[in-house]
Design a protein around this ligand. Structure first.
Ligand code: ATP
Length: 234
């Protein structure tokens, strides 16, 4: 059964239509990577699914329940958690405090502090340090760990590798591979690195100018088709 269903979602920034009639579904345990050029609308779509941006049209359903009118905190309780672009941790607070707040606002489940630290071992020595001093890779791990603490059914990860060193990207994806193996959580991942997206995803969806212009399993898509879609040439 479909876990998340986005139906003809349209989202605007003032007069600009950033997301234009996008539909997509996620099944339990499925990993979908959203790709597309800067400004294609990926972040706006992720924020709309999380409840941080109000849709102008369309619907968002989780397990058949309508999320469209719910504020972010209610969607977290229903099972949708976002690790946002820019990571947005509380910089003066320690990692432990950041994770605790997320747990308090989320759902109970298997993702405890211990389990997050097991999946992201680089975070263990940092647990009582303020997150403001973290490196990019550490911040990304912390932000994903924070989203996991809410025990979502749908984990939304915006810009996983953006701004990270190659070693940090490797580390984050090694952890995400563990997270994926651990259960039935579905992931929607914005990934600028096409090679990485094709290697990690069960399916990819390419956005261009607010529309979903190409979708499929990595093995069914040619590089040429993806490149054309990327630049809005379909
Ligand atoms: P990026 O990779 O650059 O984040 P994206 O695919 O995530 O790109 P969005 O960030 O969703 O795209 O942006 C889609 C469009 O909406 C762009 O034209 C962008 O300039 C515009 N936009 C995004 N945020 C705002 C905002 N807060 N106010 C006005 N316009 C915005």
């Amino acid at each position: 059964m479909t876990l998340l269903s986005v139906e003809t979602a349209t989202a605007r920034h003032g007069l600009l239509t950033a997301v234009n009639g996008v539909s997509l579904t996620l099944d339990p345990g499925e990993v979908v990577c959203l790709i597309g050029a800067n400004g294609a609308g990926k972040t706006t779509l992720m924020r709309a699914i999380a409840g941080a941006h109000v849709l102008a049209h369309g619907q968002i359903l989780l397990n058949g329940q309508d999320m469209t009118a719910l504020p972010t905190h209610r969607r977290v309780r229903a099972g949708i958690a976002l690790s946002p672009e820019g990571r947005r941790l509380f910089p003066e607070m320690t990692l432990r405090e950041n994770l605790r707040i997320a747990a308090e606002n989320g759902r109970r489940g298997d993702w405890t502090l211990e389990r997050v630290l097991a999946a992201f071992p680089q975070l263990a020595p940092l647990i009582d340090l303020p997150t403001g001093g973290f490196s990019g890779g550490q911040r990304q791990a912390a932000a994903i760990g924070r989203a996991l603490m809410a025990n979502p059914d749908v984990l939304l990860l915006d810009e996983v590798s953006l701004g990270l060193s190659p070693a940090a990207v490797e580390g984050v994806y090694a952890s995400l591979t563990q997270v994926r193996a651990a259960g039935r959580m579905a992931m929607l991942v914005v990934e600028q690195d096409l090679t990485r997206a094709l290697a990690f995803a069960d399916r990819v969806i390419c956005m261009a100018e607010g529309r979903a212009v190409l979708a499929g399993r990595p093995s069914d898509l040619t590089r040429a088709a993806i490149t054309r879609a990327y630049f809005g040439l379909t």
